[in-house]
Design a protein around this ligand. Structure first.
Ligand SMILES: [Fe+2]
Length: 193
């Protein structure tokens, strides 16, 4: 059970209504909604023993989808919502780069994996393939070299693998409030600059 007695920071008060009220839209074409995708991503990051900053990055990596007004499935209309930039900017009001950078780079990480890992493209879900083209397709050699110069590129790749996996309606689905402690820890480890 989540500990609802511990006082929480303003960011938790801001996040819980977003995920409580705006995260019931379907996640792309998957059989889950945004809230399920978010908590499953956080749960998989925890299960992989990743640090709280990356658990929180996984939990909140698609917040950009929740704070834009482009409708449910903009990729189908040929629109790249740039949710990774929007999400990273939103999160930067509270968190530092250990949280915001993997979020900002998680779409680039998909393009990177498609370019560098044989078989990765074939493993993508339909909606990931659909959005890939709008996002620029697999990276070129120059782009992969640039990507590997980003300080948080490995974290972004770890987050992207979780992102692709966290679409299972039968997978773990903890309540959002169970991540309060991770959020508090991430705020302490990587505060906004
Ligand atoms: Fe995602």
């Amino acid at each position: 059970m989540p500990d609802t007695t511990t006082p929480t920071s303003p960011v938790v008060d801001e996040l819980e209504p977003i995920y409580g009220e705006r995260a019931h839209r379907r996640y792309g074409l998957a059989a889950i909604n945004q809230l399920m995708h978010a908590v499953q991503s956080g749960a998989l990051a925890r299960a992989a023993d990743l640090p709280p900053t990356l658990v929180v990055a996984a939990l909140l990596h698609d917040i950009g989808h929740m704070v834009h007004t482009l409708g449910e499935h903009p990729a189908a209309a040929g629109i790249d919502d740039r949710h990774e930039d929007m999400g990273a900017r939103w999160l930067a009001r509270h968190f530092g780069p250990a949280v915001t950078e993997p979020v900002r780079l998680h779409v680039a990480a998909k393009r990177y994996l498609c370019a560098t890992e044989p078989g990765y493209f074939a493993s993508l879900s339909f909606d990931s393939v659909e959005s890939l083209e709008l996002q620029g397709g697999p990276m070129t050699d120059t782009e992969t070299a640039d990507f590997e110069r980003q300080r948080y590129w490995r974290d972004a790749v770890a987050l992207r693998r979780i992102d692709e996996q966290a679409k299972d309606p039968n997978g773990p689905l903890p309540p959002f409030a169970e991540f309060r402690k991770d959020i508090e820890q991430a705020l302490a480890l990587s505060p906004s600059r």
